[in-house]
Design a protein around this ligand. Structure first.
Ligand code: NDP
Length: 602
């Protein structure tokens, strides 16, 4: 095996040219409008296959302290941290039939989390659980979500298979009215929005998609009744089936090797190849991770966050391909802390990026035996243009006789779906089953999509308030005019490849705000000046990545080739610094968002 050498300047120029050509092949005039939501006539793709018919129940009309929208890790951690603050009436309202969020929905064969389980699974110190694999399978993660929910008694008041349809601030009682699609009206002193960023499945708007007469579904709603088997494989239902899969992102990478094992024939419709780095999954023991020490999980998680956020660390406890490539995550994460002089940094960054991409392209040649297939699988863009992926099973799958890679870049994706299959560049591939691994409407679920209207003081809608100048928050959590509404997520907050860590810090913060408001008989609401000051902090340090994303191959990181949205997205000095800032603010300044109530709660 040859080790790729660092590129010299003329190689960098050639790479830039090649990347531009590959980008131009893929940019589409319709941008993000090329996709369609999985609703209305496509609602079938979003239906819940894991819970048999939602439980029949009467509509609820009652009062709680906190209504939490979403039962994924964001909602569960909020519930747990609220319990630790002594809050009793916590109601989590969740669309799925149980807790788990992303891990409730994504049960496709091969599903794993590609962030190390010992840092990804939250509350390991508190629950005493030690994961069994370096990279946990989805069902282990889902069971852990349930474990936390049980430990903190979150099932008692939860509503499952229930979607929140509106939030309305009732000035007279200074509480929120939460309406749901099951006819409930729940009065809540506080509302926490924890609807996640990868919630609503999306489909490509391929002409004829509705004409397909075979079986079809989205990976986040896996139809085991049709395929047979489990997330570990054994899909006997596919033994005589011609299966097509659209999409080779982080999901496609995991599911394709499993389909290759079980389908009579698998057609992989690829538009942009992912970067697929070494995985190296293995069983782990408590000893491997020093789980006999107090706070072992917290230490490991903090060490990981430091490294993948651009901070220095004395040691690398996780030591995987995320941490090894951490320096290249700067363009991916708006809250990454860049070290050193900008120009020197960019030059070194480009060279390191090219060396990494050369290594990843060499990995394809080392594994895939057919040179034409290998060529099609090589990613030609800079590392952080697309979400990095990791698998040791993906490339070998293309050495099988029953797997065909169909490259669709020249036709901007699949041209047409017909009654019997899929057409690409004039060739029709006949299929029995067509699976969409085409991802989610990233960051636009719930409140941010407008599907969940929020009416604050004076009946003002949150998205109307934000329409002119963009989102206005303090730390991403609270907004003027919307008292006691607490938002989770990366917006104007922090983000990391280990998102459960971010969510846990957010949950701690939300619970502290609620506890302080309860203790002081107060409402939580920042003034417009406080919001303004926060926006100024974000804007002042905001990194200019526009030029980088303008050169990137299209995807959801750059709004399908149109560049990043304007305005500050996240705290610009890194997640570690942000968490320190929040801790200090809780100690010294939390009073600035606490306003006297005019109504006394009973
Ligand atoms: P993505 O949005 O990342 O990928 C969608 C795929 O569908 C892309 O390959 C895209 O191609 C392809 N596609 C879309 N439209 C067409 C078309 N018309 N014709 C052909 N191909 C098309 O979705 P994923 O579900 O893979 O991942 C979403 C996110 O979920 C990830 O970014 C990650 O954050 C998370 N995830 C995390 C995992 C983990 O282990 N932590 C595992 C799985 C997912 P193109 O690239 O050209 O647009």
């Amino acid at each position: 095996m040859t080790t790729p050498q660092p590129p010299v300047p003329h190689e960098l120029a050639a790479l830039r040219r090649r990347y531009r050509i590959e980008r131009e092949r893929r940019v589409r005039p319709d941008g993000a409008a090329q996709y369609r939501d999985a609703d209305a006539e496509f609602g079938y793709y979003a239906a819940d296959p894991y819970t048999q018919g939602p439980v029949v129940r009467d509509a609820l009309h009652d009062t709680v302290d906190v209504a939490v929208i979403g039962g994924g890790f964001g909602g569960i951690l909020t519930g747990a941290r609220l319990r630790q603050q002594g809050v009793e009436r916590v109601r989590i309202i969740e669309k799925g039939g149980d807790f788990g969020g992303t891990w409730y929905w994504n049960r496709y064969p091969g599903v794993h989390c590609d962030v190390e389980s010992h840092v990804y699974l939250p509350m390991l110190d508190e629950t005493g659980y030690v994961p069994e694999w370096k990279y946990a399978p989805g069902d282990e993660i889902r069971r852990h979500a349930v474990r936390i929910a049980q430990k903190f008694d979150l099932y008692a008041d939860a509503l499952f298979s229930t979607g929140v349809t509106s939030l309305t601030w009732d000035e007279a009682s200074e509480t929120w009215m939460v309406a749901t699609d099951r006819g409930d009206t729940v009065r809540a002193t506080y509302v926490v929005n924890a609807t996640g960023t990868l919630t609503d499945p999306k489909l490509p708007g391929i002409p004829g998609i509705e004409d397909f007469a075979g079986h079809t579904f989205h990976t986040s709603r896996w139809d085991y009744a049709y395929t047979g088997g489990t997330a570990r494989g054994g899909m006997t239902g596919l033994a005589d089936k011609r299966v097509g899969i659209v999409g080779t992102g982080a999901t496609g990478i995991q599911v394709i090797p499993m389909l290759a094992e079980d389908a009579a024939h698998l057609y992989v419709f690829q538009r942009t190849p992912s970067t697929v780095d070494l995985r190296g999954n293995r069983r782990t023991t408590a000893r491997d991770v020093g789980a006999d020490r107090e706070h072992w999980a917290r230490e490991r998680r903090e060490n990981y966050l430091r490294i993948v956020s651009g901070e220095s660390a004395d040691e690398d406890l996780v030591a995987d391909r995320w941490t090894a490539s951490a320096g290249l995550l700067e363009k991916l994460l708006p809250s990454f802390r860049r070290q050193g002089d900008r120009q020197d940094f960019e030059a070194a960054y480009e060279a390191a990026d090219a060396a990494k991409m050369n290594e990843l392209r060499a990995r394809v040649d080392q594994t895939v035996t057919d040179p034409r297939t290998a060529e099609k699988l090589k990613p030609w863009y800079r590392y952080a243009c697309k979400r990095p992926t990791f698998s040791d099973l993906y490339y070998p799958a293309f050495n099988r006789d029953n797997v065909t890679l169909v490259d669709t870049a020249d036709t901007h994706g699949i041209e047409r779906v017909t009654e019997h299959g899929v057409t690409v560049a004039g060739t029709t591939y006949e299929l029995d089953c067509l699976i969409f691994a085409t991802g989610f409407n990233v960051g636009t679920s719930g409140i941010h999509s407008g599907k969940l209207p929020v009416h604050g003081r004076g009946g003002v809608q949150l998205l109307h308030r934000w329409a002119r100048q963009g989102p206005r928050t303090l730390h991403g959590f609270t907004s003027n005019g919307f008292p006691n509404l607490l938002q989770m997520g990366p917006l104007q907050n922090a983000s990391s490849v280990n998102f459960t860590h971010i969510l846990d810090e957010q949950a701690v913060h939300v619970a502290a705000l609620v506890a302080a408001a309860e203790a002081g008989g107060a409402l939580i609401e920042p003034s417009p000046e406080t919001e303004e000051a926060w926006i100024a902090v974000l804007a002042e340090g905001a990194p200019d990545h526009a030029w980088f994303h303008a050169e990137c191959t299209p995807g959801y990181y750059n709004r399908e080739g149109r560049g990043r949205p304007n305005g500050p997205l996240a705290y610009p000095h890194g997640a570690v610094a942000f968490h320190e800032l929040l801790g200090r603010w809780r100690e010294e300044s939390m009073g600035e968002v606490l306003r006297s109530r005019t109504v006394r709660l009973v």
